[in-house]
Write a protein that binds this ligand. Structure first.
Ligand code: HEM
Length: 227
């Protein structure tokens, strides 16, 4: 048991936790983005409300959600610890390659700043939707005899405010930049990016980092402009 704890606290262990939690969160983001596309499927909101109801009441998905909250916190805390460590460290290696002290510090400081902005965004976002749904009285709709919370109207109301839309778009640009570096470097940290597969992983990381935030960004934009 002690060796596991020692490993997890070592710099390699910390990077591994960062990579694995990061990749899990990447998977969550794809599922969340694809699921939220239901917002566009019908103007009454039934498709989205029924989807959100299923996602929040299914016991298996509930367990995955708890894992998700834990991984978000672990990823954030570990990220802060790594930047603090990098600040103290003099020169050395970053993601497996020898780089200058300034380069390594700059890369990890950028990732930390983007990560902190994304964390603030997640806090606001969960307050706006998740907390309202779980802890407060909300409008409901009845579909096929089942009473379902009307999250569609909540999303529509949130995205009718210009400041919310602007804040989401800024956070999504930060998310894209964080993902561009993070997705690829997770593979690098796990030693999975070599000469042969490196360029493919880089291309997939780039495509992912652009398409996922773009899919999310379409939601506030379309609602603000059209609905
Ligand atoms: C911009 C479009 C987005 C919309 C319309 C949206 C909508 C929602 C809604 C309605 C919920 C509450 C229902 C639920 O728990 O499933 C939710 C939860 C959540 N959202 Fe979003 N979201 C968006 C973007 C994002 C982004 C970019 C992130 C992360 C960077 C994110 C992270 C989360 C998290 C962590 C939860 C809690 C999920 C859970 O309980 O398992 N969302 N979102």
């Amino acid at each position: 048991m002690k060796w596991i704890i020692d490993f997890l606290l070592s710099s390699l262990g910390k990077k591994l936790i960062m990579s694995l939690t990061g990749l899990f969160l990447c998977l969550f983001l794809v599922v969340h983005m694809l699921g939220n596309l239901q917002l566009f499927f019908d103007n009454t909101g039934e498709a989205f409300n029924v989807y959100a109801y299923t996602m929040t009441t299914n016991p298996l998905i509930k367990i995955i959600s708890y894992g998700n909250y834990f991984f978000i916190l672990l990823h954030a805390v570990q990220g802060i610890l790594i930047t603090m460590y990098n600040r103290k460290a003099k020169g050395g290696s970053y993601q497996g390659k020898e780089v200058s002290d300034t380069e390594a510090r700059l890369a990890s400081r950028n990732m930390r700043n983007l990560g902190l902005l994304i964390l603030v965004f997640i806090g606001l976002h969960m307050w706006q939707f998740w907390a309202q749904m779980h802890f407060f009285q909300m409008e409901t709709q009845v579909y096929n005899g089942v009473e379902v919370k009307d999250l569609y109207s909540l999303v529509k109301e949130a995205f009718s405010q210009a400041w919310v839309v602007v804040f989401y778009l800024i956070a999504l640009v930060a998310l894209a930049m964080h993902l561009m570096h993070g997705f690829w470097s997770a593979f690098q940290s796990m030693g999975l990016s070599n000469k042969k597969y490196g360029p493919i992983i880089r291309a997939v990381a780039m495509g992912y980092a652009i398409l996922v935030p773009l899919g999310f960004a379409a939601m506030p934009i379309v609602f603000y402009v059209l609905k």
